[in-house]
Design a protein around this ligand. Structure first.
Ligand SMILES: Cc1cc2nc3c(=O)[nH]c(=O)nc-3n(C[C@H](O)[C@H](O)[C@H](O)COP(=O)(O)O)c2cc1C
Ligand code: SF4
Ligand code: SF4
Length: 432
């Protein structure tokens, strides 16, 4: 069994799977059962400043998007930060950390954007002996309207300023949690690094409306006939999160900044993908809310088996795909593939034909008996048929060998060349 022990900013945990700050980490009862189930660490549900407790709605707080099998693909929420009193949370955190020394326990924080508020809360946090703090600059609803959460995360200068305060008033490792509700993730990440952040975590939820009630004409979740935007998460947001994580891992100014990857992690494979694109560990919320705490066991065994199969250590996986993430202009324009349909696997549904005929390159022929075949002379290798085919691996994309003539272009497959040197590129750098 591969060694999954993780050391993220000096915070040790038996595996790289942490629960993200959210309802699963809202209280001692949950966190202890999560640890029992095998989670390596948790980021406690965001704490706010001392004062009257936060008030949540008492109607539905979630909206959802499902696949055809009713599997939950996306979840949207209008929940705020913890609505439990600060001293209760702090007492429980201290107790949990004393009992579970081998697990990571990081505290998520969101207080008003002034130095005194941060100084005050950090003093109280130090006393819990927690392993670190995560600054919630991400929540897109409710708290942003009060000048916190994503209202801070959208202004790099504020991120840098608050991060500096935190590093000044606390000795703990500081993770800055970023909002995806921005044009580019790089300025906020750079600001966090400049402010002295030890790491960034991303993504928090995406501003969203999942659906509209067409009887009451209100966005859902509906509270007394009215709705509000929520924060979107779950498998649907993974592609956005992966790209943002990779951008930070690739960009010169942020390269090397430790990253905790969050957004739609449901299986070991999702986790491995985040790690390959540069995340040192991952955090999970929706999957635990959908399937329960024990889902971590599949993540642990799956990642371990994968690493064993590959003969890799976990450290070999982290960042492994980053050098292969390039700009479009660096892609090999001489790489040629063609779609191939396995007649043994085909169920003759015709989806590939409809897709290619109506919206791609009319490269699939429907022959008598509903036999579907690819016409190489028309196939541009777009891969649409693969994606719409209901049978996995029934259509595959096969690479043409060097030198073989592509019947579509009439030219032999040539060695690597990208757009920068392409004869059609007016700005090509190749010698005339
Ligand atoms: C109901 C709910 C409440 C959340 N509350 C918080 C919070 O208090 N603080 C925070 O930093 N993130 C909060 N999040 C965001 C999650 O920590 C996480 O960033 C997001 O859900 C993406 O991960 P996922 O796709 O695994 O759910 C919340 C998410 C949900 C669904
Ligand atoms: S890869 Fe694209 S062009 Fe080729 S057969 Fe499939 S859908 Fe048509
Ligand atoms: S979509 Fe797949 S299963 Fe359906 S006809 Fe095409 S190849 Fe066959």
């Amino acid at each position: 069994m591969a060694d999954l022990r993780s050391d993220f900013l000096g915070i040790k945990s038996p595996n790289p799977f942490w629960l993200a700050s959210a309802p699963p980490t809202d209280k001692q009862y949950n966190v202890e059962r999560a640890y029992e189930a095998g989670w390596g660490g948790v980021v406690w549900k965001t704490l706010g400043a001392e004062g009257p407790p936060i008030v949540n709605v008492s109607g539905p707080r979630y909206g959802a998007v499902w696949g055809a099998d009713r599997r939950l693909l996306g979840l949207n929420n209008i929940e705020l930060i913890t609505d439990r009193p600060l001293e209760v949370n702090l007492r429980e955190i201290k107790e949990v950390k004393r009992k579970w020394k081998d697990r990571a326990l990081v505290i998520s924080l969101m207080v008003p954007c002034d130095e005194e508020s941060w100084k005050d809360i950090l003093k109280r946090i130090e006393d819990t002996e927690a392993d670190g703090v995560e600054l919630n600059f991400g929540c897109p609803h409710g708290m942003a309207e009060r000048g916190m959460g994503s209202a801070v995360g959208q202004v790099p200068e504020y991120i840098e300023m608050v991060t500096r305060w935190v590093k000044q008033y606390s000795r703990m490792p500081c993770i800055v949690k970023l909002t995806p509700n921005i044009t580019s993730i790089l300025p906020p990440a750079i600001a966090a690094k400049r402010g002295g952040a030890d790491a960034v975590s991303l993504i928090n939820t995406i501003k969203s409306v999942t659906n509209v009630d067409l009887d009451h004409f209100s966005p859902f979740p509906m509270i007394d006939g009215k709705g509000s935007h929520g924060g979107y998460c779950g498998p649907a947001v993974k592609p956005i999160a992966l790209n943002m994580v990779a951008e930070i891992a690739r960009y010169q100014e942020t390269r090397g900044l430790p990253i905790s990857g969050i957004g739609g992690v449901t299986t070991w494979r999702d986790a491995a993908e985040f790690m390959a694109l540069g995340a040192g560990n991952v955090q999970v919320c929706t999957a635990a809310m959908t399937y329960g705490f024990k889902i971590v066991q599949e993540m642990i065994s799956g990642l371990s088996e994968y690493l064993d199969d590959k003969g890799m250590a976990m450290s070999d996986l982290i960042g492994r795909a980053v050098p292969n993430f390039v700009e479009w202009q660096d892609l090999n324009l001489n790489y040629v593939t063609k779609a191939r349909i396995s007649q043994d696997d085909c169920i003759k549904c015709g989806r590939c034909y409809a897709a290619c005929e109506d919206t791609s390159h009319q490269a699939i022929l429907m022959k008598p008996g509903r036999v579907f075949e690819v016409n190489d002379a028309e196939c541009v290798a777009c891969n649409l048929c693969v994606n719409v085919c209901p049978v996995e691996n029934c259509i595959t994309m096969e690479q043409m060998p060097l030198g073989e003539v592509d019947p579509r272009t009439g030219r032999p497959v040539a060695p690597y060349a990208n757009w920068q040197d392409h004869p059609n590129n007016p700005a090509a750098t190749a010698a005339e």
